[in-house]
Design a protein around this ligand. Sequence first.
Ligand code: NAD
Length: 280
Amino acid sequence: MKLRVGIVGFGQMGQAIAQVSAVAGHSLLIYDTNAEALEQGLESIDTNLEKLRSLGKVHDTEGMNALLNLQMVTDIADLKDCDLAIEAVVENYQVKTELLKRLSHINQTGIIVTNTSSLSSNRLAESVLNPKRFMGLHFMNPVSTIPLVEVVKSKTTTAETTNIVLQFCQSLNKTVVQTKDQPGFIVNRLLLPMINQAIHALEDELASAHDIDVAMRLGANWPIGPLALADLIGLDTCLAILENLATEGKSLTFPPSNLLKEKVAKQKLGKKTKAGFFTY
Ligand code: NAD
């Protein structure tokens, strides 16, 4: 099954989803409001594919064909014939609903999925023209190495839509878990409160950032410490998820720490800005 896939939002997740989809042989049309993101994203996919090819993780032909499968567009209207459009813009309800509304008017035949980390699929479905062809598809970062995706049906998603999305996941060799539409789904409902607690611990001067991460790597067998993981996710995204968990989920987590808010206010967003809890 080869699909024409549209990606809207070519930040770290959009790029990574585009990369694995292109390697799997799907053809990609990619749109972002930021022209620089389009240019940088393509360069970083090229570099990643080269690395994967040298490690033997992607065959030479797969890597070369993948690049041919990627096409940048500067007009979102070019996504009108995509079989599947993947929304991966910032974790902001208003930005997502405006975009999804527009996209669903442009593309009236394909399926639209959102890569939201924490927002309700049912609420987002209200903004699309045909909610039967809409659902959540939550990839994990880094997409090329993490085998899991969370599939989140809304009340209106049809079985036909779900089946096509599941086949797409299978084509990417992803393991799927289906979750109800509750704040943070499975992974972020459990993970983000722990990351938040690590930031609170740093704020309370319990230990250094380095030692908090070493403690969780060596003491709890985490592959990466919680503060390094927050930097990888993006501190703006962590803050947005925690705020969504706090407002939509009520008792699911403590409020986001002041230290996290300060970092975001200073645009120290983690790896993507080369500074967060650590520097890169
Ligand atoms: P990011 O900040 O790296 O990228 C967001 C991109 O969206 C930017 O390139 C920006 O220019 C673009 N954008 C913003 N508004 C737009 C619009 N109206 N139209 C088109 N493009 C627009 O963010 P990210 O980390 O890639 O996260 C994207 C989504 O994926 C969020 O919903 C996030 O919660 C989710 N997600 C993130 C992670 C993670 O670890 N970072 C993991 C899973 C899911």
